[in-house]
Structure formats: structure tokens, C-alpha cells
Design a protein around this ligand. Sequence first.
Ligand SMILES: Nc1ncnc2c1ncn2[C@@H]1O[C@H](COP(=O)(O)OP(=O)(O)O)[C@@H](O)[C@H]1O
Ligand SMILES: [Mg+2]
Length: 380
Amino acid sequence: MGVKQMPSYDVELVDIVKDFESGGGRVRAVDHVSVQIEDSEFFALLGPSGCGKTTTLRLIAGFEQPTAGHILIRGRAMEGIPAYHRPVNTVFQDYALFPHLTVEQNIMFGLQMEGVHKKEARVLAAEALEKVRLPGVGERKPHQLSGGQQQRVALARALVKQPAVLLLDEPLGALDLKLRKNMQFELKALQRDVGITFIYVTHDQEEAITMADRIAIMNDGLMLQVGTPKQIYEHPETHFVADFIGETNFIAGTLIERRADGYGTVRLGDGTVIRAQLSETLGGSAGTVTVAIRPERISISTPLNPPKALGNADEATVLDALLVDSQYIGTDTRYTLRIGDEIELVARLQNIKDQEHAALKIGGNVKVFWQDSSTTVLDK
Ligand SMILES: Nc1ncnc2c1ncn2[C@@H]1O[C@H](COP(=O)(O)OP(=O)(O)O)[C@@H](O)[C@H]1O
Ligand SMILES: [Mg+2]
């Protein structure tokens, strides 16, 4: 048998800490972050403003030095390697194009700095503009282009140097919604096409979910969870992640039994006892917990239309509820339901079958039901 190969990653952060001095105090912008990003991966850093996304990106780029920890790019330690010698390029939200240079000159600039001959740089610049679907604008100045077009030029300028890793800091943040949506698809397609690793900072959860292969959720300098969009959405490991991504119902309860099959028995505030799936990171043995369930996972049934198609009834929960409100939101209707005196839940039903919605009357008694596998028991 051969020697076991160490896995090789494109970018590896090993226990990174970054502190800033500010006004006599200290801000910990990145708090012991470790993560491995693979070759050709579209990796999103997602979290609220101030959580440390930009700082993490700047550390990888070499614009900042870590207070502690190590950064490796393609297996090579980055200590002492200045930004311009790292195999990465950055695309900023504000494009950062040189206003007095033409589009072509902007794109050629970095190449010429590296000693690429002008003739060759021209050809590469034209190819890069094709790639970002902006051919024929090489002679224009940046201010003669729209915001979306300028962002494409910034992208072309970064791609033309064929970095191992492209770092993008909220690159679509300045664009209006419609344009942003189009650019999301284009950027994703472009990334597949060029096969360059993208590390993409955004505070927009939908953007991260639709574009990324994997997402890292950050809060307060901590990397709370890393996973595929599906893992993050369907199996959030903490209250923060469940709350940050999409809409979630949180029901307070007490864990009264843990079972070997990964499920537990939870007593809810009104005394109802349910079976729910335990988060892998759930601490402690028993005690106060939160049961999380997504609104689209909850079904509503009227007496005329009893719960059915639940599969094994042992793996589902059915509860009596009062329908207290409804809200039409285009694709879906959100129903607010009350169970007992204390528990309020939101269920979302797609607006496909009009009769189904017509049968749901506010003030009516209904049954709500869900598959137990749709629940996650989290620490309080
Ligand atoms: N140069 C700096 N000096 C002092 N504090 C900073 C500096 N850069 C960032 N910070 C602080 O570090 C934290 C993380 O900032 P940042 O990485 O920009 O967050 P994000 O990009 O997620 O919005 C914030 O509290 C911010 O104020
Ligand atoms: Mg930022």
C-alpha cells in the first residue's frame, strides 16, 4: 500500500484569529476559524454585516495579516507572501476600475505589470471580455458603461490573470434586484466554465443558496456551520443558522428522552409530547431545547380533508390547531396556527390548488401534521 496522501485543498484556513485595535479597545473580527476549500469550488461566506466576512477575504488575499493561525493556498503557507505574489485576485463591490484608463487598458494592466507583451495582453483582454459577455467595449472608459457592465469589466480584469482563486466581496451588491438575479446565473455559469475556485462574500442568503456549492455561515467572527445549501437549510445546527437562513418556526420544549435512532421525545410548553429529530451538535443530556421546523414542511388539514399520505404514522406528528390568520404572498399563502394557548406556528402552502385554500377558514379547527424527519431539536 502506498503512503496515504494528505488531502490537498485550494485554500486552507487553520485556526485563524484576527484582532483589530480600535479606539483603545480590541475587536476580534475573526475568531478561530478553520475551513478547507476545495479546488473549483464555489464557496460562499454568508453572515450579517460586521460578522467578519470581508476580513476573512482580506486575510486570504494578503491585505491583512492574521493575529494567529495559518493560511495555505494550494498547500503553500502564505506567511510573509505579499498580496501581489499570491495566486489570488479580488473583485470588489465598487469595481475599483481605473477611471482614466480604457476598459482594455484596465484589463491589460495587471498582465503588463507581470511582463506580458502588449500584443498578447490585447488578445487575452479581448478573450476575457468575451467570457464576461461584453465584447467590443475595449475602447470605452469605465464611466461610459452601466454599473453591471463595469462589474463585468472588473471580473474580466480579475479572470485574465488566471488566478487559482478568485475572491469576490459582495460583487453584485450595488446592482438592482433584476440585474443581480441575472448576474447570479451568469457568474455561476462562468465559474463552472473557467473552473476557478470562487470565494464569494455575501450577506444575501438567497444569493448564497442559489450560487454556492458550499456555504459557511459566520456570526461575530465565528464560523458557525459549513455545508451544502441543502445541509445548511435542512439541517441547521444552531438557532442562529436556522433563523438566519429562510423562515423557521421555533418551539420551546423540554427534551425528556433521547433515543438511539437519532430522535428524541420533547414536551412542548402546553404539555403536548412530540417525537423530533436531534441535531448532531445538540449538547447536554436533557433540558430546555428548541424544536425547529420550516413552514413549508407543515401541512394543514380540515375535518373534511384528514391527514393522509403520511407514510408510517409512527414517523409523523399530527396536532389539533386553530387557524388564526392567513397572508397571501404570491407563490404561497402563509397560515398562522395556534396549538394550545402558547404555541404559534406558521405553515406555508403553495398556491396551486385553490379549493385547498378555500377550505381553510380563519377561526376554524384544523389538524397540522409533519414528518418527524422535518424537525430539528436544537440547543435553546
Ligand atoms: N481596519 C479595521 N479596524 C478596526 N476594526 C475593523 C477593521 N476592519 C474591520 N473591523 C471590524 O471587524 C469586524 C468585522 O468586519 P468585516 O470583516 O468588515 O465584516 P463584514 O464584511 O462581515 O461586514 C467589524 O466589527 C468591523 O468593525
Ligand atoms: Mg464586508
